[in-house]
Design a protein around this ligand. Structure first.
Ligand code: NAD
Length: 435
């Protein structure tokens, strides 16, 4: 059993804390957001993540997991402090490190014994050294510490499974002893452990996210060509995916990537390249292709319903992906903007993200049920591939709609079946391209 402090109880910090507690460690999770901490103490989760509620309650009940907003309390007796605060995009695409800096400073001011400080946040290359300088400068007396990078690769929606069964644990530090202590902590996960230097570990995280985003943008560019030449991008992806050198993952064409990581991480990596005098041609294109997806989807819908002015368009799904309520950089936000600019009225339904979405999309009329939302719609767009939408009663859906028009932005339906059911249906990369 190790004593661990986790700084920041968001998607990564809360999952990290709960999972390490479940592995038998004693974890104190800290956040500056006092409301968040008060709610967690009452058993109210700040985010929707499958299985998290039960995991947190079980470990709180067993006395292994607790919450606080006091750094002094969180660091008392801790051997490890994970920094898991946000690193959003700054104005020029750089990672904004103000939360990391504040966390490092608070740790330095409140640590009472030797500590391994672990950056779990996705941070620009060189941040580990910078955090070490902040800690050294903010300590009131000299206490031993080491900074280790241990980037997180979990995906929202399957975060607990991803944390508990990672493909690898990457640990970077110039202090071998500290790196090995962190490796020990990860041994129960039974994944390959790679120990490397700080900067390389930091780069592995950005490189991984940017590469995955590149795969998706590549397939999206291909999807447009498939529409022009009459090929089916879903079949193309399947055919490519059999090749072990390519792999099937992240080959799904659609509305492009969103969320709290890919957009900011691709931009931050491109920013770092520019800062170093390089021209990140691939990275810039990956982002550009991605944002065109939203415009392209709205062009499809406009053509299918004969112009958007005065039309009512429904959105199946608002969250940036299924099984989460995260709306950060969700494609739905841009799609709604394009639809409203074109004079359409917009309705929305999402199984879990509506509460989070409401203040972000105030002009969207929200419904509690997908059929109710579709009733009276001139067209519906599938924006998030929640399983719920795959199981809809298509006859009931068609009967409810003013015009049975569906643009399937996530390729969840079978085109021949949709035609047979009487829908005017288009998917991504599987048929006509808008004029
Ligand atoms: P989040 O916004 O959900 O959570 C961050 C939390 O940190 C918030 O609760 C905030 O109140 C708290 N915080 C901010 N400043 C603080 C401070 N000084 N002291 C204590 N708490 C503080 O963020 P997230 O999505 O969990 O992401 C955290 C980091 O992990 C980011 O760098 C992100 O890129 C990376 N990451 C995220 C994911 C993901 O799927 N969300 C996956 C891998 C890596």
């Amino acid at each position: 059993m190790k004593q661990i402090c986790v700084v920041g109880v968001g998607y990564v910090g809360l999952v990290t804390g709960a999972c390490f507690a479940d592995l038998g460690n004693k974890v104190v999770a800290l956040d500056v957001d006092q409301k968040r901490i008060e709610n967690l103490k009452k058993g109210i989760m700040p985010i929707y993540e499958p299985g998290l509620d039960e995991l947190v309650k079980r470990n709180v009940g067993a006395g292994r997991l607790s919450f606080t907003s006091s750094y002094a309390e969180a660091l008392k007796g801790a051997e490890f402090a994970f920094i898991a605060v946000g690193t959003p995009s700054g104005v020029s695409g750089e990672a904004d490190l103000q939360y990391v800096a504040a966390a490092a400073k608070s740790i330095a001011q409140n640590m009472t014994g030797p500590l391994v400080i672990i950056n779990k946040s996705t941070v620009p290359i060189g941040t580990g050294d910078w955090v070490a300088d902040i800690v050294k400068g903010a300590q009131s007396r000299e206490i031993d510490f080491a900074v280790v990078s241990c980037p997180e690769f979990l995906r929202e929606g399957s975060a607990i499974g991803d944390f508990m069964s990672p493909h690898r644990s990457v640990i970077g530090s110039l202090h071998r002893e500290a790196a090995e202590k962190v490796a020990q902590l990860h041994l129960p996960l039974r994944a390959p452990i790679m120990i490397t230097d700080l900067r390389t570990a930091e780069m592995i995280k950005y490189a991984s996210n940017a590469f995955l985003a590149t795969k998706i943008s590549f397939m999206n560019e291909l999807a447009d060509l498939c529409e022009c030449v009459g090929a089916d991008v879903k079949e193309v992806a399947a055919g490519m995916g059999y090749d072990a050198r390519i792999g099937r993952h992240f080959l799904d064409a659609g509305l492009g990537w969103g969320g709290s990581c890919f957009p900011k991480d691709v931009k931050a990596l491109a920013f770092m390249a520019k800062e170093n005098g390089l021209t990140p041609r691939i990275l810039d294109s990956v982002t550009e292709v991605n944002y065109d997806r939203r415009r392209g989807a709205v062009a499809h819908m406009a053509e299918m319903v004969g112009g958007l002015k005065g039309k009512t368009i429904g959105m199946f799904g608002l969250a940036f992906k299924p099984n989460t309520d995260d709306m950060r950089e969700a494609p739905s936000i841009e799609i709604v903007e394009h639809l409203l600019n074109a004079g359409a009225k917009v309705r929305g339904y999402d199984p879990v993200a509506m509460e989070v979405a409401r203040p972000i999309l105030p002009a969207v009329e929200m419904f509690r049920d997908p059929y109710e939302m579709a009733a009276g719609c001139d067209g519906v767009m599938v924006v998030t591939e929640w399983n719920e939408f795959k199981q809809l009663d298509l006859d009931q859906l068609r009967a409810a709609m003013k015009q049975p028009v569906i643009f399937d932005g996530r390729n969840i339906y079978d085109p021949p079946l949709m035609k047979q059911k009487g829908f005017v249906y288009r998917a991504v990369g599987r048929g006509a391209r808008p004029a």
